[in-house]
Ligand binder design. Sequence first.
Ligand SMILES: Cc1cc2nc3c(=O)[nH]c(=O)nc-3n(C[C@H](O)[C@H](O)[C@H](O)COP(=O)(O)O)c2cc1C
Length: 449
Amino acid sequence: MKVLVLNGSPKGEYSVTLQYAKYLEKISARDHLDNGFDFDYINVGKNVYSYSNFDKLQAVLDKIAEADMLIFAYPVYTFLAPSQLHKFFEILDSNGVKLTDKYVVQLTTSKRFYDVTAHQAVKDVVQHLDGKYVDGYSADMDDLLNDDLRAHFKNWWDYVIYRVNNDVYEKSALAETTHNTYLPTAEPVTKRDGKKIIVVTDNTDNNSLTGMITDFVNLCPYDVEVIDLKSQGPKSGCRGCLKCAQTGVCVIKDGFSDLLNDKINKADAVVMAFETVMHTISSTFKAYYDRQFVNGHRPVTAGQPTAYLVSGNYDGESNLKTYVEAKSAVGGNLNCGVVSDQNATVKDIENMVAKLTYALGNKVTPYKNFYEVGGMRIFRDMIWIMRGIMKLDYDYYKKHDMLDFPQKKRGTMIAMKLVGKLMRSKAINKKMPNMMEEGMLMPYKKILD
Ligand SMILES: Cc1cc2nc3c(=O)[nH]c(=O)nc-3n(C[C@H](O)[C@H](O)[C@H](O)COP(=O)(O)O)c2cc1C
């Protein structure tokens, strides 16, 4: 069986995820001799920009054509795969490559912060490309160093091999994206001073998307600047070098960090306008998000409201919806709505503008939900451990009281211990059967009386 590992990490040979794939090669040679495994590797993430050269791309396509199984190995980057891997998917799709009759699995390393959205997005792409999808594995960065977790990883690989040997895969693809054309009709309103709104877009060739942007610009009572990522955005994706974790400065000198920190992050609100690509965002938009890693895990735009104009079948894209909701929640950005050309009317854009204007005038921020609280706990724990490397994050979390570990709440812990003791006492329970309920409501009574 020919297994081709397509490594989406921009770090190439230095990729942590690649070591996991190499471990699979090692245990396959040892434990699955019958299958005659033959592993090969291509660093598609590191080399993706060279695939504009036809011969280089053809060499990759030839290897894909020969393979029986593909493993997309990549690090999770900002809720999805790195922009470089998204670009590679787009290259495959635009070259008409189909993965029909190939088993395709994915393997990630990360801190498991939104590994789920990354896995679902890659699954959607694989199914779009007609591959025989077999469920992947999400490893924490150091799992391979632990005996039990290595055994768990091997257990998954055995399951993959069982599924491949028995042709057990998942192929049902999502409905293909339909793009309706939105025609702008709104009359421009008179502009007020005082707020600066930015629209960031990745596709000014999509008339429907630009139609929605035009109506948004006309209806918005404040000055709006449109930033076209293709001409003004990052020239390449994040390299994953982590140098910015110490310095706050990106090693890629293409002017993007200045645009981000001096203009976009200083705007009063930022609206994202994009076209869905294979059920997710484009590699252009992904590079825009990945390169924001220059600000580490610091929610530097918290309080800045946002909204989305989407060209595509948004209502049918459940993973994209989760991504959009989770991303705004973790960023602390009130989501003032998603308008999609699937069924958009000018009234939808008016509503979006109304919500955004109110949020700006009244400083409305999102409530903390599972996406935010869960995500920030992962960051908190990681930054605590990795503070040597993530110094800027650590200083920020310390300054903003974000290292809110439960063990710091000694008073509450002691009180709970006492309550627990009382609850276990039969005599007290008999005398005061509602003691627990009443006790729990006591602090609220103080507020309500
Ligand atoms: C730009 C960037 C974004 C990242 N985003 C995430 C993320 O969203 N979730 C997560 O759990 N880890 C995230 N990470 C951590 C990487 O997934 C992790 O370090 C991974 O093991 C790196 O693998 P590699 O060495 O194969 O590139 C991010 C790292 C970088 C550099």
